[in-house]
Design a protein around this ligand. Structure first.
Ligand code: NDP
Length: 239
């Protein structure tokens, strides 16, 4: 059957927003761990450049660069077609792309809320709709939603309004999805901590590699690993 995984064949991971920051670190580490990697970015040229970095970090991995603006309706399906044309199929999906528009809850415009929800909620919803059916069909899948402590009710929903509310929506999507999955298909969310990236800024306490650690763990969980949880530093945390 086309799309069936042959014994010993590496899994394939797709990472959104993989052109820099935590996403690039995740893509490199998954490649080093023996997965093939689809490096996606909202601009094809950025994806291609990042794919060169992943190939350098993980010479044995098959690395495909693909354009994916997660906020654009139809983009996930178009990306799926690009991947399918190569004979690859996505076993691991890392919804990492993020934006951090500043401002309080009543100050931010509708346009800012729409963009935050497009990137943090609709983007992951669309990639899940596109790639989870194949995982269910093949009986294996790992989805990792990169959230934030700002999206956590338990941590007080700190941070800018649209950012924190849209990340809370991503957390809700994680919980709802986890209840519908079957076979060895799992979805979890992660708070990477405060990471030195363009978003986190130069004084953040963690390297992108440290920020990637729990994401990579969730992306490669064994069959008896958790489903529908929220994690930081390899440990469950409250929603
Ligand atoms: P960066 O700002 O370094 O990277 C964000 C990435 O998301 C970039 O690759 C960016 O692409 C991409 N992106 C933004 N919008 C889109 C879009 N519409 N389609 C595709 N890609 C898009 O941030 P980080 O690496 O720090 O953040 C990664 C994730 O971690 C985010 O979800 C963030 O919310 C989360 N996080 C980060 C924390 C931190 O301290 N850094 C703390 C908690 C959570 P482009 O180059 O085109 O802009």
């Amino acid at each position: 059957m086309s799309g069936e995984r042959r014994r010993g064949e590496p899994r394939t991971a797709l990472v959104t927003g993989a052109n820099r920051g935590i996403g690039l670190a995740v893509a490199c580490e998954l490649g080093r761990r023996g997965l093939d990697v689809v490096v996606t970015a909202r601009r094809g040229s950025d994806a291609e450049q990042a794919a060169q970095d992943v190939r350098a970090a993980a010479p044995a991995a098959r690395v495909l660069a693909a354009e994916l603006d997660v906020a654009r309706a139809g983009a996930a399906e178009a990306c799926h077609e690009t991947i399918r044309a190569t004979g690859m199929h996505v076993d691991v999906l890392v919804n990492n792309a993020g934006i951090y528009p500043r401002g309080d809850v009543l100050e931010q415009s509708d346009a800012v809320y729409h963009e935050a929800f497009a990137v943090h909620f609709f983007g992951p919803l669309w990639t899940c709709r596109t790639f989870i059916p194949g995982m269910l069909q093949r009986g294996y899948g790992r989805v990792v939603n990169v959230s934030s402590d700002c999206g956590s009710f338990g941590a007080g929903l700190e941070g800018p309004g649209a950012y924190s509310i849209s990340k809370a929506a991503l957390d809700a999507l994680t919980v709802k999805l986890a209840k519908t999955l079957r076979g060895d298909v799992k979805v979890n969310a992660v708070n990477p901590g405060w990471v030195r990236t363009r978003m986190g800024g130069p004084t953040a306490t963690r390297t992108p590699e440290k920020g990637a650690e729990t994401i990579v763990w969730l992306a490669t969980l064994p069959g008896d690993g958790p489903n529908g949880g929220f994690f930081q530093d390899l440990e469950p945390i409250p929603w």
